[in-house]
Design a protein around this ligand. Sequence first.
Ligand SMILES: NC(=O)c1ccc[n+]([C@@H]2O[C@H](COP(=O)([O-])OP(=O)(O)OC[C@H]3O[C@@H](n4cnc5c(N)ncnc54)[C@H](OP(=O)(O)O)[C@@H]3O)[C@@H](O)[C@H]2O)c1
Length: 340
Amino acid sequence: MQNRRIYFIERPDGPVTPACFDIRDEPTPGLEEGDVVVRNIYLSCDPYMRGRMGGTANYPGSKNFPLNEVIPARVVGQVEASQNSKFKEGDLVWGFLGWELYSMAKGGGDLRVIDPFLGPISHAITVIGMPGLTARVGILDIGKPKKGETAFISSASGAVGQVAGQIARLEGCHVVGSAGSDEKVRHIVDVLGFNSAFNYKTVSSIGDALNEYCPNGIDIYFENVGGETLEAVLDRINVGARIPVCGQISQYDSTVRFEPCNIDALELKGALMQKFSIYEHMDQYDAFLPWMAERMKAGKIVYYEDIVDGIENTPAAFIGMMQGENLGKRLMRVSEDPTL
Ligand SMILES: NC(=O)c1ccc[n+]([C@@H]2O[C@H](COP(=O)([O-])OP(=O)(O)OC[C@H]3O[C@@H](n4cnc5c(N)ncnc54)[C@H](OP(=O)(O)O)[C@@H]3O)[C@@H](O)[C@H]2O)c1
């Protein structure tokens, strides 16, 4: 089998550029006892990958991607060939594989068979996978929402934000979102069902927008972006507010971090600000699958994926996602999905 693979060849200094990647065609090596070859269908594009490419955005314990290796990523695919009794040809699986057309899972790796009754197979790496679980942990375990409270979600139409806001709504919160285009703002209100949303790029100031849309202050801030948004939120948190820090994407390309000047608001308001990594919460994964699938089937949570076709478009799709091109969770589709 001829493989096409995306190698990571240069650490970015600032925003990621096409020069960071090289696309190479190579044969797939033969299988040994225990190995599985997967024909990849969906490849994930995630902001945390920017941290692993080099810079300051890594989570504790995570390592930079090595140079001159294929970019590792969560993948949904179909077993093409197997020398492993746990997997048979045709099985639909997901696992930590790579940006390539075919992946070799040595000894079966961390592959898991996908239960098609849980929903579309892509969901295994989106809403009933890492981004969905991240949203649940941030909102429910750290945010601890109470009925009638105000929850503000940044990057609210994205992979994690869209779920975080919908869970907060189900818990009876007044939910407000921000995003970087008018199309995203309409989507957040009309499709995702948030109470309101604003375009952080066109409002006169983020603080004024928060005054307008969160008139009772902010009880939960689901932090995805950092920078000026975080500073504006800190001025408007209520006593006992909770801030689950999921990520701070506005800082990932910066060499000089924007530090809010009002971090003392946490002390003054007795508020909690807690950074978390989903890797510390993977013990919840098995219970999370039916929890989320049930809500999706009942129409209580909807989910949007932003799919780009063609492996050769993967670097541009990642760069575009970092710049706000995606409406929903960005995925690459690199071969046919047999369930569609
Ligand atoms: N803690 C964890 O374990 C964990 C797990 C998953 C994700 N995360 C974090 O969660 C956050 C969201 O990730 P995601 O996967 O859901 O990505 P996403 O929101 O689907 O996509 C990234 C979005 O970030 C926004 N963005 C880019 N630059 C920005 C800036 N300077 N200011 C404000 N927004 C900016 C863009 O939307 P706009 O059009 O709105 O600018 C872009 O569409 C990231 O910070 C990520 O690192 C953390």
